[in-house]
Ligand binder design. Structure first.
Ligand code: GTP
Ligand code: MG
Length: 195
């Protein structure tokens, strides 16, 4: 699959803003700063479609993008950002869980994990939620440029093993900075869209 066009659709604060467009959805979640918004830009070949930031906590709403006028990419707010209040962290968790539990058109959840780090308790909770709601998961190991090529395979095996649940999830390494991995990831996305 190739992404030929992409446009921002809307941000969602509450359920009332949920888009009425009848298209399948692919959602992107992960820890704050893991590279979610950068991935949206890399996949769509646009520099500023999704706002990115060096400081965590940039994306605070659920943002919808229309891809090829055929499906929606959904950029979820990052979790696990320590420097926000407990109340705000809970409101993010509610937003994410609310979206996952209600979306009827969600085909897969991309759970982004930094290729360098062991999954956190929050990451493992995302896998549990996905399993609970019966949502397919594709693991995306981000910032692959940060480790030597020779070490990537072992890190992917480590991530797969340590997310818990004993499921053989599809996993793809990407680098939005070095523009690596889009083709493999788009192939995985295409599989879940055509089922
Ligand atoms: N080296 C490297 N840095 C990256 C890559 N992708 C993203 N970054 C950097 O990581 C930081 C966070 O990127 P974002 O895309 O804004 O992260 P996010 O997951 O959307 O963050 P929140 O919206 O805060 O949850 C930025 O400084 C990016 O430049 C990558 O592939 N390689
Ligand atoms: Mg973001």
């Amino acid at each position: 699959m190739q992404i030929k066009n992409a446009r921002f659709l809307k941000s969602m604060k509450s359920e009332a803003d949920y888009p009425s467009l009848d298209m399948p959805e692919i959602a992107i979640c992960g820890k704050s700063n893991v590279g979610k918004s950068s991935l949206v830009n890399y996949l769509t070949n646009r520099t500023k479609l999704a706002k990115t930031s060096a400081s965590p906590g940039k994306t605070r709403l659920v943002n919808f993008f229309v891809i090829n006028e055929a499906f929606l990419l959904v950029d979820l707010p990052g979790y696990g950002f320590a420097r926000v209040s407990r109340a705000e962290q809970q409101s993010w968790a509610k937003m994410i869980e609310g979206y996952l539990s209600r979306s009827k058109r969600l085909r897969a959840l991309l759970i982004l994990l930094d290729i360098r780090h062991n999954p956190t308790a929050d990451d493992r909770l995302m896998f549990e939620w996905a399993a609970h709601f019966g949502i397919s998961v594709i693991i995306v190991a981000t910032k692959a440029d940060k480790i030597a090529k020779t070490k990537r395979f072992a890190q992917l095996q480590m991530l797969k093993k340590n997310v818990g649940g004993g499921v053989d999830y599809p996993i793809v390494a990407v680098s939005s900075q070095d523009r690596l991995g889009a083709e493999a990831l788009l192939n995985e996305i295409e599989k879940v869209l055509t089922i």
